[in-house]
Write a protein that binds this ligand. Structure first.
Ligand SMILES: Cc1cc2nc3c(=O)[nH]c(=O)nc-3n(C[C@H](O)[C@H](O)[C@H](O)COP(=O)(O)OP(=O)(O)OC[C@H]3O[C@@H](n4cnc5c(N)ncnc54)[C@H](O)[C@@H]3O)c2cc1C
Length: 392
């Protein structure tokens, strides 16, 4: 019979890798299965289109894992301010880290830089068995424990199976957990662009009736854009030639940083909202996008997943330290209780923003302009929002 691990993590995106690293640091006997070998090297002038706004709370977690130094060396772009304004009114709010006496609000970081640092950290942790690259052919319950059979026929069993396998989680299906999904009817265009004026280390967001448009500052002076629009509009926009796309983008952004002088490849992502109910079943837990997918307008998906990883690793390590089985329901419910409130609050806020800013009704337009200006004028409210955006 195969050895039984304490935890078996399926999926090595940022969330799965960080969970495996946190478990490994706590000495928890863990196996990680991931489909592809993480990239360790890339040409110096290349760029990963997937960039994330990482909050201060997530940074603290990555520091505790011993991965932050490597991430910093790989390149991070601090942002010191966020400016949010409304295309359909006069509302505007600016959040500046200086108002909190802090040097920055967070960092914009390429996905591959975070993945590589976490992977290198895992290589130093003997408690973590890595099955990478490998895919799971099937899941089953054997002698009351979950078992994953890999494509090459080998089987892994554990007292706790964790689904960190993204929005189409097979672990979730195996556990019979339902995910409530709704399609926003939107797609996001992601691209890297050069603006005429400097980005001022500010994350910019303009609310358009068709969806939000964000410009995130990169360390080479360019910006990474996330332009959410109705699916039909996003497809039309991404099919434009470069000159027409630059003109449309500059217009949509209200020329806040002058003209768009250069644009690179464009990638389209469908946007969805999805929430698993519950996050745990006996011997199974879900983390990251396997548990919840939110609109990228606040750039919080990875941050929520890192929060899940930190709490679940703590709950498992605590249970083992007390001689308890980490896969039992009362242990796992501690994880769910700790995470669900934050996730639901974030999902509700995103839906509220989308409904409010998507509205063409005049009273709502006035309300949101007034709302943004009021927030801008009310220091305590602004401070509270900034602390929240930094991850509490
Ligand atoms: C346009 C856009 C912009 C975004 N911007 C931000 C942002 O600025 N900040 C932010 O915090 N979030 C952002 N997000 C959200 C973020 O991308 C996700 O929340 C995050 O990637 C989820 O990470 P994860 O590790 O849970 O899942 P994933 O990244 O999906 O990783 C899961 C991994 O598991 C592997 N896998 C799946 N099944 C198996 C299997 N059976 N066997 C082996 N391996 C398997 C897959 O290969 C995959 O690599 C954005 C999303 C979009 C669409």
């Amino acid at each position: 019979m195969n050895p039984v691990h304490d935890t078996l993590v399926i999926g090595g995106g940022i969330v799965g890798l960080s969970l495996a690293a946190a478990l490994g640091r706590a000495g928890v006997d863990t196996a990680l299965v991931h489909a592809v070998q993480p990239p360790l090297d890339w040409p110096p002038d290349s760029f990963d289109m997937r960039v994330y706004a990482i909050t201060r709370a997530s940074q603290a977690f990555l520091e505790a894992l011993g991965a932050w130094q490597d991430i910093e060396a790989g390149g991070v772009s601090p942002f010191r301010a966020m400016e949010v304004w409304d295309a359909g009114g006069s509302g505007r709010v600016r959040f500046d880290s200086a108002e909190l006496g802090e040097p920055y609000l967070g960092h914009i970081i390429e996905s591959r830089v975070i993945v590589r640092a976490l992977w290198r950290r895992l290589l130093q942790l003997p408690a973590v068995r890595r099955e990478v690259p490998a895919t799971v052919a099937s899941f089953a319950e054997v002698d009351g424990l979950p078992q994953a059979t890999l494509a090459d026929g080998r089987a892994l069993r554990a007292r706790l199976l964790v689904g960190a396998d993204g929005f189409a989680s097979r672990v979730r299906d195996f556990a019979g957990i339902r995910a409530r999904a709704s399609d926003y009817g939107q797609k996001a265009i992601v691209a890297v662009v050069q603006t005429q004026e400097p980005h001022q280390e500010t994350a910019w967001q303009r609310f358009l009736p068709t969806g939000p448009l964000a410009f995130l500052p990169l360390r080479d002076g360019r910006c990474s854009i996330v332009w959410s629009a109705t699916s039909a509009e996003a497809e039309c926009l991404s099919a434009l030639d470069d000159a027409a796309f630059r003109a449309a983008l500059g217009e949509a952004f209200g020329h806040r940083l002058g003209d768009i002088v250069e644009t690179g490849e464009r990638v389209l992502f469908p946007l969805r909202r999805q929430h698993a109910e519950p996050y745990v079943k006996p011997r199974v837990a879900l983390v990251g996008d396997a548990a919840h997918v939110i609109h990228p307008l606040a750039g919080q998906g990875v941050n929520l997943g890192l929060g899940d990883a930190g709490v679940l690793a703590q709950v498992v390590a605590d249970a083992l330290a007390r001689g308890r089985d980490p896969g039992l329901p009362h242990t796992l419910r501690r994880y769910e209780r700790a995470r669900k409130g934050e996730v639901v609050a974030m999902m509700t806020a995103m839906d509220g923003f989308k409904a409010l800013f998507g509205s063409r009704l005049a009273p709502l337009r006035m309300a949101r302009s007034l709302g943004l200006n009021l927030v801008d004028a009310a220091t305590p409210v602004k401070t509270a929002i900034m602390r929240y955006a930094m991850g509490g």
